[in-house]
Design a binder for this molecule. Sequence first.
Ligand SMILES: [Fe+2]
Length: 241
Amino acid sequence: MAEILRIPLGFNNAYLIKDRQYILVDCGQAEDAPRLLKELRKNGIDRGDLGLLVITHAHPDHMGSAAALQEELGVPVAIHRAEEDFLVRGRSAPIIPYSWEGKLVNSVLYKKAAETGKPVKVGLTYEDQMDLAEFGLDGLLLATPGHTLGSSSVIVGEEAIIGDLLMMVPPFAGVPGVPWFAEDPIALWDSIKLLRQRGVRRVYPGHGFCWEMGLVEKLLRERLIPKKGRLNPVGLSVGKL
Ligand SMILES: [Fe+2]
């Protein structure tokens, strides 16, 4: 039975999946590499021990350490085909603000994105979904676009590691919400519904702690109702969950 271990890296999470092999999902920012390598080594992982590094999407806070991990551990990297080129060029996928908070921090993130830098050798890409059995995991990589066009989730039984498909609403780490950035808000909404259709009951975000899908649905339904002058354009254009 697979075990999902959250590795907190400041505001970001990486996840180590322990099954017949080890799979790492996301790897924080470039400066997180030493800390992440230390955590992996604490779990007995050294060069050649990590079966796969999955990047949920090519934003600097999810892929930043990929080049360093590749160099240190010799791990193959997987990402959705739509975002392969960003990784190869060491650049960020578009960061499109979707809320006022997103607009506020956008200039900082763009600066960060420009600094992302090191090119990553991509070993595997996929289109709609990819079975992870050959990497020792009874699970799959599933396209869940919205936050970026090539965003992915890793599905393991009733659990899913979702990158930034949802994110915590600061400063309330326990509260899930829609991300501040979405390249395609309609697709984002469909991806959340897709996870439910796939029987996912618990999600692990790139920022925040794990959430039960029931809580996610409840809070997102509430956000459909305009409050304090804030509207949710996803909800208004697509309808209820
Ligand atoms: Fe992101």
